[in-house]
Design a protein around this ligand. Structure first.
Ligand code: EPZ
Length: 421
């Protein structure tokens, strides 16, 4: 059995939606917990399937895991550093954060190559280069990595690309290395700062998070603590786009506006009316006459690659030709074919696409090829004429907590249907 989401388009969205905790911080914070010698409590944990998959891995490591609504308590004090080779590793790419954390704490880790969305090639060479620079010996056979080190020695590491994953993973090992590690050309995403805040509460000594140079002084022990996860800027951005597309007056609550500056300026350029009110943004949907715009994805604080797919759904409603240039994942365009099935007019080119608007969309049977493609199809379904059925809904559930309920509360007509595979 699998699930399909069916949306009846044309219903205006009104009211308030509250953004959940950030998936891309959460999936790094949870593996980071194993570095502690005593229990860690995390608040604001989103109800997404990636969290469940990480919980399975923590239990395989003999951690006590207790999740109650959005509060997660993990006790890693009796951790057993067994090889992580079960299917749960395949569920998400972020399983690889256990590499840095377990290597840092035990100087040894065995783990299967991680899974995750297909967005084109997704190597982990920068992670491995960082671990080797710290002194790890790495072997790879049967799709499984073994990393071992007599000891980890702090060093200077220059990242060829400001990789989010590599920056975090190297930090997770470096916090328990001997001496100082400097990561140059580090990623600056807000989720990295959130992970550093957790590690600092555990007793780590880290400076420069949010800049392109992060300095870590290794420490002997890290202790338990409590932490609240930052709001999910990608979920918030997805709701801003949804509200622009299908909203009349939508309040998106639990936002850090500075995390969304690049999207907000693009939406303003399109002619979307928005107002900042404290930790919320109100989107007024009276103007549906959008200007076409050009988007180029960049590392933070540039335009987030994770938001180019949802925005593409809105750009089908802009007057004229927009273009999206993807500099992070050149193959992140599988949503275009699905949107074209609904009447969009999108042409693909090398690492970019042209969106020719404004095109009326009509309901169709479409497939979520990855998480953010799923988000784009939800947006298109909300404004299409008729019923849109989105299959492979599990992709959407990896990154959007309670998305159906949140949309129904705003007035969408949406339901899940179980279908035979
Ligand atoms: C994180 O992925 C996010 N995932 C992605 O979000 C996000 O799109 C991406 O950062 C960019 O912002 C999580 O945080 C769990 P990268 P990550 O390492 O860390 C290349 C979503 O939709 N690269 O910054 O994997 C890589 O191929 C997901 O929520 C190497 O070449 O991204 C890609 O082209 C999708 N070698 C680029 O860098 C490496 O060792 C960006 O990768 C690592 C990365």
């Amino acid at each position: 059995m699998s699930e399909v989401i069916a949306i009846e388009g044309g219903h205006k969205l009104n009211g308030t939606v509250v953004v959940s905790g950030a998936k891309n911080a959460t999936v790094a914070l949870i593996p980071a917990i194993v570095l502690a010698d005593s229990p860690v409590t995390v608040y604001g944990v989103p109800n997404i399937s990636d969290v469940d998959a990480l919980g399975v891995l923590l239990r395989e490591l003999n951690c006590e895991v207790d999740k109650n609504d959005d509060v997660l308590v993990v006790d890693p004090s009796n951790l057993k550093n067994i090889p992580l080779v079960s299917d749960a590793v395949d569920k998400l790419r972020a399983s690889y954060y256990f590499m840095g954390a377990l290597l840092g704490k035990y100087k040894r880790v065995k783990i299967k190559m991680p899974g995750g969305c297909y967005l084109g090639p997704r190597p982990i060479d920068l992670h491995l280069k960082g671990f080797e620079a710290l002194g790890a010996k790495i072997t790879y056979e049967d799709d499984t990595y073994l990393l071992e080190a007599e000891e980890l020695i702090g060093t200077q590491i220059y990242l060829d690309f400001a990789s989010v994953g590599a920056t975090i993973n190297i930090m997770l090992a470096a916090v328990r290395a001997k001496g100082k590690t400097v990561i140059e050309n580090a990623a600056k995403e807000p989720e990295i700062i959130d992970v550093v805040n957790l590690l600092t509460k555990m007793g780590a000594k880290i400076r420069g998070a949010g800049t392109d140079t992060i300095t870590i002084e290794g420490v002997e022990h890290l202790k338990g603590c409590t932490h609240e996860i930052i709001p999910d800027r990608i979920e918030a951005g997805t709701f801003l786009i949804m509200a622009a597309a299908a909203g009349e007056r939508v309040i998106i609550q639990n936002i850090i506006p500075q995390h969304l500056e690049s999207l907000i300026s693009k939406l303003k350029e399109m002619g979307v009316k928005m107002e900042n009110v404290g930790d919320s943004i109100i989107v007024y949907g009276d103007n549906k006459n959008f200007n076409a715009v050009d988007v180029r994805t960049q590392v933070y604080p540039g335009f987030a690659t994770d938001l180019q797919q949802p925005l593409t759904a809105l750009l089908t409603q802009a007057n004229g030709q927009s273009q999206v240039i993807e500099t992070i994942y050149p193959e992140r365009f599988r949503h275009c074919e699905q949107l074209n099935k609904m009447g969009a007019n999108i042409e693909l080119d090398e690492s970019m696409c042209y969106i020719n608007g404004k095109t009326p969309l009509k309901g169709a049977k479409v497939e979520a090829t990855d998480l953010r493609c799923g988000a784009a199809l939800l947006i298109a379904g909300l404004i299409a004429d008729g019923i849109t059925e989105i299959s492979n809904v599990y992709h959407i559930d990896r990154g959007y907590a309670n998305i159906d309920q949140k949309l129904i509360t705003l007035g969408a007509v949406i339901r899940r249907i179980k279908v035979d595979d």
